[in-house]
Write a protein that binds this ligand. Structure first.
Ligand SMILES: *Cc1c(COP(=O)(O)O)cnc(C)c1O
Length: 394
């Protein structure tokens, strides 16, 4: 590949751009993971993640992609053939459901149109019907990255409580954590699944489970086999800052830095920054005259924006034009959105001018790829940013 000047624009919705501060933090010698220096690091990152996840309960960190933490959540709490209720928000919910099937569980999928979030009323109704409590867990995706839809997890919790159903609530916030509000304890989540390479601004390679007391109790009697993913094996050493096998030490240096950066900015400010960039992006998309899959304004994701291509136009061809001309990667259409929807990631280490660069690349790409659209999206986004000026919460 010939050299290209300037920075690559990595505007996919994860992995997100890794800030220099985190790269510098990772760029250090690997230390003895059984030694005293590591212990300090281990204790710091676990307690830091409890603050980011808003939990006082147990947190485990795996050297894996987010998918590993999906598997860990199910393997630690369930038994073979258990019924789990899952909700089809999009491709990531579908992948989690497929994983549950392969593990020998019996997922029941509440169908969705890939145009909205979890319908709490539908969940409540299904749980009420389950008088025998055959359903052992409800699994939902907080921020569905294939459709750019955020579900209201607090409402899902209320639906379970109204149905007086004992199912565990498991929530995938792999692409939400660190970008939009997440409250493991307050929302009554039993197992949270998170990953390193999205809002946490790290390279891929770390995954997390936050675990409620109820989920921990379930893990004592659950019969799914587990070893690498075993919470029990993890939680003993983690109390003292250690791991049962070699952790991803250098990524943990990065995690310590990421937590520091999020807390220096203030999580509320981080969330407002994401909301503001998402709002400006949607204004651009609406000005271009393009559609978004999400049909409910209250469920628009602040992490990314999904954009539907006009009929007869290919998102694959469009993204190739943008990459070839502007050295920018946009997110592809996933699952049934393949070649129909592209995604603009505006998460992580991201500011107004990164957004304007990304949106300018999209608008120029639309023109070059001869995709029918109205001009002025970039102007509309600039107007949105200057109208909603940055207000810092101190
Ligand atoms: C990225 C993502 C995953 C998959 O995570 P990996 O790290 O690729 O295994 C799962 N769920 C959601 C919502 C995601 O955005």
């Amino acid at each position: 590949m010939p050299h290209t000047a300037g920075r690559h624009f990595l505007q996919i919705p994860g992995p997100s751009n890794v800030p220099d501060r985190i790269l510098r933090a990772i760029d250090r010698p690997t230390i003895d993971h059984r030694g005293p220096e590591f212990q300090q690091l281990g204790l710091e990152v676990v307690s830091g993640m409890k603050r980011i996840l808003n939990t006082a309960g147990a947190v485990v960190i795996y050297p894996s992609s987010g998918t590993g933490a999906w598997e860990a959540a199910l393997m630690n709490t369930l038994s073979p053939n258990d019924k789990v209720l899952m909700y089809e928000t999009g491709q990531f919910a579908t992948l989690w459901k497929n994983l549950a099937t392969r593990l020998g569980l019996q997922p029941e999928f509440i169908g969705g149109g890939w145009d909205g979030g979890v319908d709490a009323a539908a969940v409540e109704q299904r749980l009420r019907e389950d008088k025998a409590h055959a359903i052992k867990a409800l699994c939902v995706v907080h921020n569905e990255t294939s459709t750019a839809v955020t579900s209201n997890i607090a409402e899902v919790r209320k639906a379970i409580d109204r149905a007086k159903h004992p199912a565990l609530l498991m929530v995938d916030t792999i692409s939400g954590l660190g970008s939009i509000e997440y409250r493991h304890d307050d929302w009554g989540v039993d197992v949270t699944i998170a990953g390193s390479q999205k809002g946490l601004m790290l390279p891929p390679g770390l995954a997390f489970n936050a675990i409620s007391d109820k989920a921990l109790a379930a893990s004592k009697t659950a019969k799914m086999p587990r070893s690498y993913w075993s919470w029990e094996e993890m939680l003993g050493p983690i109390k003292n800052g250690y791991f049962p096998y070699t952790p991803a030490t250098n990524l943990l240096y990065g995690l310590r830095e990421a937590i520091a950066m999020l807390e220096e900015e203030g999580l509320d400010n981080v969330f407002r920054r994401h909301d503001r960039h998402a709002e400006a992006t949607r204004r651009a998309v609406m000005t271009w005259g393009l559609d978004m899959p999400c049909k409910n304004e209250t469920e628009y994701s602040s992490v990314l924006t999904a954009v539907r291509m006009p009929e007869g136009h290919s998102e694959i061809a469009f993204r190739k034009v943008v990459l070839d001309n502007f050295n920018m990667s946009l997110g592809s259409g996933l699952g049934k959105f393949t070649d129909k929807v592209f995604r603009i990631g505006h998460l992580g280490d991201f500011n107004d001018l990164t957004l304007m660069g990304a949106l300018a690349g999209v608008e120029m790409g639309l023109a070059l790829a001869k995709v029918p659209h109205h001009k002025g999206g970039v102007d509309a986004a600039m107007a949105s940013l200057t109208e909603n000026e940055i207000k810092s919460i101190t």
